[in-house]
Design a protein around this ligand. Structure first.
Ligand code: KG4
Length: 334
C-alpha cells in the first residue's frame, strides 16, 4: 500500500512515499535554515511563506524519487498537529485537496505519534511496550508506547523544551542557530564539571522536565563573567550546560522505564542526535538491562517518513479525515 506523506509542522517542508507500513521509498526534506538563521529562531510568518513555496516541488520530488505518480498513491497522510498553525495548514490543506481531487483517503497524523513510531523506520525496532523520550525544539516529553496507535503521556516540560534551551544558550554565547549541534561539538573540548549548573529534578518521582531555571542560571553566570571582565570559557559552559540537560533527560527516562515495567527505551526528536545524550543513555540502559533504540538522525529530526508510517496504522484503523477537519496547534497526546 503506497502512502504519500506530508509534514510541515514547523520549519521543514517534508514529503515521503512509504510502502506501508515502513518501507521508505523516498524521504525529502527542504530545510528553512537560511530563512530563520539570521533571526536566531523560527519566525512563524516566514515559515508559512517558505512552506507555500516549497510544498509543491518537495511533493513532486518525493514522487519522482520513489518512481511513482499520484495515480499510484493509495492514501495521503499529513501532519495535523501540534505545531505552528500557519505552517501546519500549508501541508495539511495541500494533502486534503490532493486527496479530494484524486478521490483517495486522507489521514491526519499527530506529529508526536510519528516521532514515537520512528524507530520502526530503522533496523532494530523495540518490542512493545516501550518508553519513549521525544526531545526537540518544541517538545520534551516521555511516553509509554503500548502499540502502534496507543500512547500515554508520562511527563513533559513545564516550560522550555530541551532543544529550545540549547538554542537560547547558543544565542547567548553568540554561537548561532540552531544551537544544539554547535554546543554538542564544543562540549567535548570543555570540562563538564567546571560549572555547577542546577538540575531540575522537580518533585520526587516526577517525570516532568523544566529547563528555564537552568537557562537563567547560564544567563546569570555569563553576566557575572562579563561584569567582572573575566573571559568566557565557552567550551566549559557548553560542556557543563549540556551535562545538566542530558543527566536529567537520562535519569527521568530510566525512572519512567522502570516505573512502567518496560524493557526498552526509544529516543526521537532533533536533540536525540546529541552524542552525549546517546552515550549516557546507552551506559545507563546497559546498567539497567534495557535495550536502547535510536533512529538514524534523518528519522530523529522532523521528517515525513514517520508521518507515513503512523498514517498507515490510522488508515488500517479506519480513522479517515473529513475535508472540513482542521489542524490543531496543541497535541491531544501531549
Ligand atoms: O526535531 P527537530 O529537528 O525540529 C524541531 O523541533 O523544530 O529539533 C530541532 C532541535 C533544535 O532545537 C536543535 O538545536 C536541536 O534539535 N538539536 C540538537 C542537536 N541537533 C539538533 N540539540 C542538541 N544536540 C544536538 N546534536
Amino acid at each position: 500500500m503506497l502512502i504519500l506523506a506530508i509534514e510541515s509542522s514547523c520549519d521543514d517542508t517534508a514529503a515521503a512515499v512509504v510502502n506501508g507500513p515502513d518501507q521508505v521509498q523516498s524521504n525529502i526534506i527542504s530545510s528553512q535554515f537560511d530563512v530563520h538563521a539570521r533571526f536566531g529562531g523560527i519566525v512563524p510568518e516566514l515559515a508559512s511563506r517558505a512552506h507555500i513555496e516549497a510544498i509543491r516541488p518537495v511533493v513532486d520530488q518525493a514522487l519522482l524519487e520513489a518512481g511513482v505518480t499520484l495515480d499510484d498513491i493509495d492514501c495521503i497522510a499529513a501532519t495535523r498537529g501540534p505545531g505552528l498553525v500557519g505552517s501546519l495548514l500549508i501541508g495539511f490543506t495541500f494533502a486534503k485537496a490532493l486527496a479530494l481531487v484524486k478521490n483517495i483517503p486522507c489521514v491526519g497524523v499527530d506529529h508526536m505519534a510519528g516521532h514515537l513510531l520512528s524507530p520502526f523506520l530503522d533496523e532494530n525496532p523495540p518490542a512493545f511496550p516501550y518508553t519513549a523520550l521525544i526531545v526537540s525544539g518544541g517538545n520534551s516529553s516521555l511516553f509509554a508506547v503500548k502499540d502502534q496507535t496507543s500512547f500515554r503521556l508520562l511527563g513533559r516540560t513545564r516550560d522550555d523544551a530541551a532543544g529550545e534551551a540549547f538554542d537560547k544558550v547558543a544565542k547567548l554565547l553568540g554561537l548561532g542557530y540552531p544551537g544544539g549541534p554547535v554546543i554538542n561539538s564544543l562540549a567535548p573540548k570543555g570540562d563538564a564539571e567546571a560549572i555547577a549548573f542546577p538540575r531540575a529534578w522537580l518533585d520526587k518521582n516526577s517525570l516532568d522536565f523544566s529547563f528555564s531555571g537552568l537557562k537563567t542560571s547560564v544567563v546569570n553566570y555569563v553576566n557575572r563573567c562579563r561584569q567582572k571582565n573575566t573571559p568566557l570559557a565557552v567550551e566549559d559552559i557548553c560542556a557543563s550546560f549540556q551535562e545538566a540537560v542530558v543527566e536529567v533527560l537520562v535519569e527521568k527516562t530510566i525512572l519512567a522505564c522502570k516505573g512502567n515495567d518496560h524493557k526498552a527505551i526509544a529516543l526521537g526528536g532533533g536533540v536525540a542526535s546529541n552524542s552525549r545524550l546517546r552515550e549516557l543513555m546507552l551506559k545507563r540502559c546497559e546498567q539497567e538491562g534495557f535495550s536502547l533504540h535510536i533512529p538514524a538522525p534523518i528519522y530523529c529530526t522532523d521528517n515525513a517518513a514517520m508521518i507515513g508510517l503512523a498514517g498507515y496504522y490510522l488508515f488500517k484503523q479506519g480513522t479517515i479525515l473529513n475535508p472540513d477537519d482542521d489542524a490543531y496547534s496543541r497535541s491531544p497526546l501531549n
